[in-house]
Design a binder for this molecule. Sequence first.
Ligand SMILES: Cc1cc2nc3c(=O)[nH]c(=O)nc-3n(C[C@H](O)[C@H](O)[C@H](O)COP(=O)(O)OP(=O)(O)OC[C@H]3O[C@@H](n4cnc5c(N)ncnc54)[C@H](O)[C@@H]3O)c2cc1C
Length: 414
Amino acid sequence: MQRYSLVNVIRHALRSNTRWQPAWRDPQPQRAYDVIVIGGGGHGLATAYYLARKHGLRRVAVLEKGWIGGGNSGRNTQVTRSNYFYPVSSAFFDHSLRLYEGLSRELNFNVMLSQRGLISLAHSEHELETNRRWANAIRMNNVDSQMLTPAEIKKLVPLLNLHSRFPVVGGFIQRRAGISRHDAVVWGYARAANALGVDIIQGCEVVGFDLAGGRVNGVQTSRGNIASDRVVMSVAGHSSVLAKLAGLRLPITTMALQAMVTEPLKPVLNAVVISASVHAYVSQSDRGEIVLGGGADAYNSYAQRGGLPLTRSTVAAAIELFPTFSRLRLMRQWAGAVDVTPDTTPIMGLTPVHGLYISCGWGTGGYKAIPAGGDTMADTVANNRPHPLISRFGLDRFPKGALIDEGAASGVAH
Ligand SMILES: Cc1cc2nc3c(=O)[nH]c(=O)nc-3n(C[C@H](O)[C@H](O)[C@H](O)COP(=O)(O)OP(=O)(O)OC[C@H]3O[C@@H](n4cnc5c(N)ncnc54)[C@H](O)[C@@H]3O)c2cc1C
């Protein structure tokens, strides 16, 4: 792999930048692989990377029906945090944040992690009490979290209106949280996986499975059949569609989650601010755009657009918090099809079909989980048992009723 470094940037600039190698190959699908990963989002690519790097499996293919990062991994608002309530979620997501902290070096690709802090706002005494319990639970999970007074919040976010219809009475911060660059995470994993021999095959849709005697023997694709006795499904909003082809019914609903950006500004906001009450979260990208996100559309859909009512309510909520932003023009709005589980916790691990594994249910919050998702799925596939960090995330928790309702615990699904 050609190294990315200051020295190389200068060297190539002196040669008019004509000798850079493509970041990954464009291979034809082979007849068989040791492992096939379906879905070229962050989770699929990270799984392939760790399979090759940590488990020495080099005959690995990632099959992507469109282009890598064209799904939710390239559509999200980039929030990276680990302030989860339940110990089991916290252990997993903090493992992810720790991997993020070293990811640029690991992948030799700048993922632009900016740990600028994430502030969760409380707008009533009731919500403040809930925040206290949440912040204490996070600390008991050995993750950083600190309560803030309104004055401390104002100091960190001077543009925030503390005295709107929803007065800010306090909040808490996770200082290690922040944002990173989503395309860079996808491209960084793709480039590093490719360098280890992984075939990344774009424009290759999986349309069926070769199953016999309760086992998977391969997949049928728009570019022919490919054999493998280990297949990982990592297709986010299309999980139930794909799983159905293997005879599995998932407890997943798919809906559009949208986001939008304003025209760019000079730096004015140096934290991620989230309000569960007004239901909006706001950050500023490195390009200067104000990035706005809210809740998912209230109806099921596979459309990657999102409806106008939610666009309007998200903008209204953001302006309630930051009245000055009302003067900005919205530049772009988009959406992704998110796969939501009843308890807002992912589904990871083995399935009833031998050799078929699943990573889905990331819903509105799986971007931050990409490194840990890839790491633990690779370990699960290599050893054919759930990695200890995800042993509670299996499909079997639904018939057992062993749900991990993180959304209800923290009131935030992202
Ligand atoms: C607007 C928005 C904002 C978000 N904000 C955040 C955030 O701030 N923080 C956070 O942590 N998370 C956030 N998320 C959620 C996060 O983006 C996702 O949970 C995460 O990207 C899921 O990654 P993935 O690799 O599982 O899926 P994806 O990136 O969607 O990749 C799945 C891939 O599978 C491919 N595919 C589907 N079917 C097939 C098939 N049959 N054959 C081959 N390929 C197939 C798709 O084309 C797609 O490229 C947000 C999501 C959205 C939409």
